[in-house]
Design a protein around this ligand. Structure first.
Ligand SMILES: CC(C)(COP(=O)(O)OP(=O)(O)OC[C@H]1O[C@@H](n2cnc3c(N)ncnc32)[C@H](O)[C@@H]1OP(=O)(O)O)[C@@H](O)C(=O)NCCC(=O)NCCS
Length: 173
């Protein structure tokens, strides 16, 4: 049985988040985020983060920002050896459950078009493509990648209600 815990992250976790980010975000379009970047984001009003841990070892995280009835998923990631086991969905379910509790009506996010893992994860949760920013992401070689903007309506009558456990719950797989 794989037991994991989704716990809230604070500014004090900035260094841990930076280490996770470096190991997770290795695609050509990914930007570097250091500890100060995480501290800056987590200090913003409405910014929240959660870390997924197994036996206190961090294996993934999600960062979001809720403002009144709107929310944005800023970053989600799982360590490469831990992918494909449902952890990405667990992180998003936790963030969606927290968004509902906070009275958020719709969640936004963006990802680079070639990112098949992100596309599959977000689609499986009911996010719908609502826009495209041409050439929004770039890489060191000068290539450009479109950003796809997606929305999840949390109050629509047909909105998916994922089996989200509130953060802080022990999850067994
Ligand atoms: C995107 C990411 C978070 C997915 O995490 P994960 O733990 O592998 O996702 P899960 O195991 O929960 O999978 C969720 C769904 O997506 C599908 N999926 C995940 N990765 C996939 C891939 N590379 N190709 C196709 N489908 C994929 C799973 O099959 C599953 O679908 P299902 O619910 O129909 O079974 C992970 O690949 C990652 O960290 N990527 C690098 C960082 C990143 O790009 N983050 C997103 C942009 S911020």
């Amino acid at each position: 049985m794989d037991k994991t815990l989704l716990r809230s992250a604070s500014v004090l976790d900035s260094a841990v988040l930076a280490v996770l980010h470096q190991a997770i975000f290795t695609a050509p379009w990914d930007q570097a985020w250091d500890s100060a970047s995480f501290a800056r984001i987590l200090a913003m009003p409405g910014a929240l983060g959660w870390i997924l841990e197994r036996e206190t070892a961090p294996i993934g995280f999600v960062l979001a920002r809720f403002t009144l009835d709107e929310g944005e998923i800023l970053l989600t990631g799982v360590l490469p050896p831990e992918r494909g086991k449902g952890h990405g969905a667990t992180l998003l379910h936790g963030a969606i459950a927290a968004a509902r509790q906070a009275g958020v009506a719709r969640l936004f996010l963006e990802y680079a078009e070639p990112n098949a893992g992100a596309a599959a994860l977000y689609r499986s949760l009911g996010f719908v493509e609502t826009g495209r920013r041409r050439g929004y992401y770039g890489d060191a070689a000068g290539r450009r990648y479109d950003a796809l903007a997606c929305t999840l309506e949390l109050t629509a009558p047909n909105s998916i209600d994922p089996p989200g456990k509130p953060p802080g719950t022990m999850i067994e797989r």
